[in-house]
Ligand binder design. Structure first.
Ligand code: THU
Length: 138
């Protein structure tokens, strides 16, 4: 299933992106690396703000960057934190919009901690089909 993804490379990219996090308030740095169907890896880091809700998670930064670059087919995502933290609910919903079945690789500073998937992280999810869009909307 993950045949087209170099998991070690993706995790390394997420760990590297983590170093760019702007997280002066929480001190919790997060990096994400998205494997795009065209073979490119697009990264993101969390970007906080003095007005706390204005900040954005690493996963969404990566996904929104990729979409803004014209890429919306994704093969998998790696997320790196200091302690193997799992993606938040909002990021799970954003992942689900574009890649409801993609694998999610959760890593810490050392390496891969566990592999899961968007479907496993967000069961019984709300999606485009509920609004009459895409497959399953009939
Ligand atoms: N954070 C992420 O970047 N991704 C997640 O999935 C969970 C939380 C960030 C948001 C905030 O900058 C910091 O981690 C602490 O919540």
């Amino acid at each position: 299933m993950d045949a087209n993804i170099d998991i070690a490379l993706l995790v390394a990219a997420a760990q590297q992106a983590r170093g760019l996090a702007y997280a002066p308030y929480s001190g919790y740095q997060v990096g994400a690396a998205l494997a795009c169907a065209d073979g490119e890896i697009v990264t993101g880091c969390n970007i906080e703000n003095a007005s706390f809700p204005a900040g954005c998670c690493a996963e969404r930064v990566a996904i929104f960057r990729a979409v803004a670059m014209g890429k919306s087919a994704f093969l998998g995502i790696a997320v790196a934190t200091r302690n193997g933290g799992s993606p938040c609910g909002i990021c799970r919903q954003v992942m689900r919009e574009f890649a409801p079945d993609m694998p999610v690789f959760i890593a810490d500073e050392v390496g891969l901690v566990r592999s899961t998937s968007v479907a496993e992280l967000l069961p019984d999810s709300f999606g485009p089909e509920h609004l009459g869009y895409g497959a399953g909307s009939e």
